[in-house]
Design a binder for this molecule. Structure first.
Ligand code: SAM
Length: 276
């Protein structure tokens, strides 16, 4: 049991890790209960780094204010997928966009409602899964996700098809995920996280389970090629894959992200894509 997530693991009765197949339904349930159980600890630990109305893409600290990966969002209807407490959506609102925050977890959305009330920045929130978007075709001008949903769904191609369906033509879809090469190392910010222990080519999901074998947390791995194929297959144009370098002077760890590892290899991949 990791110290970082001890409370969620206790609540869910997590007893160990399995590597096994997990379908779409089991992935959805596991991640909904996981993020519900971890929502308070997640925000106690990362809330100040994320900010109340700030768009931070990744533990390396890339901000949309500087990177402008979505371009000018003024007046655009933007869907944020896996919004958590929705600091990115509130930043987009301040920039003059009309964001909608979507997340599978009521616990995370509870934090979003509280932060909306505290900041006075009102953003519509929807509880749903990224692979089952409850919106009409062509209802958004842009979509984004900062580590929300994409690593956690069983069928990433289905998410991309759904995002493609709800976007209008010439619309950006930009999302950040764990860099696929992180899969080969243990989730350890220290020296133990520098030794390869797992095959990059093994897509068998990482699954935490309770005493009955029920999944309590699920993460899915795709290689860089898998991502590009799924994006192109869904009809997106891939414009860039940003691999942020660890900034000098940035000393803060975030789980397995640390200055030690960040100086040697990427921890985040941000895919910048667009509908034709
Ligand atoms: C690492 S958190 C990131 C949250 C937020 N983007 C941030 O930067 O703090 C991952 C989020 O994805 C959400 N999530 C997981 N699986 C999802 C799914 N299938 N559909 C929608 N959201 C999902 C979780 O509930 C959680 O809020």
């Amino acid at each position: 049991m990791s110290q970082q997530h001890a409370s969620a693991e206790l609540t869910l009765g997590t007893t160990g890790v399995a590597r096994r197949g997990v379908d779409a339904a089991e992935s959805r349930v596991a991640n909904r209960v996981w993020w519900d159980a971890d929502a308070d600890d997640y925000h106690a630990e990362h809330g100040d780094f994320l900010g109340a109305a700030d768009f931070v893409w990744c533990p390396e600290g890339v901000r949309e204010e500087d990177a402008r990966l979505l371009g000018d969002v003024t007046g655009l209807r933007v869907l944020e997928i896996g919004c958590g407490s929705a600091p990115c959506a509130r930043w987009l609102r301040r920039e003059g966009a009309e964001p909608v925050g979507l997340d599978i977890s009521a616990g995370m959305l509870r934090h979003a409602r509280a932060a909306g009330a505290a900041t006075g920045i009102d953003v519509p929130l929807v509880q749903a899964s990224a692979d089952q978007l409850p919106f009409a075709a062509g209802s958004f001008d842009a979509a984004c996700s900062a580590f929300g949903a994409v690593p956690f769904v069983a069928d990433v191609a289905e998410v991309f098809r759904e995002v493609r369906r709800v976007l209008r033509p010439d619309a950006p879809w930009v999302f950040a995920v764990n860099h696929p090469m992180r899969w080969i190392f243990p989730d350890d910010p220290g020296p133990a996280g520098l030794t390869v222990t797992h095959s990059y080519f093994d897509r068998t999901p990482y699954v935490e389970v309770d005493g009955t074998g029920r999944a309590t947390y699920v993460e899915h791995h795709r290689t860089l090629g898998d991502y590009v194929r799924a994006l192109v297959g869904a009809g997106f144009l891939v414009e860039d894959v940003v691999e942020p370098e660890w900034p000098a002077g940035h000393e803060r760890n975030w789980g397995q992200w640390s200055p030690l590892r960040g100086k040697l290899f990427p921890g985040t991949a941000i895919f910048r894509t667009r509908t034709p």
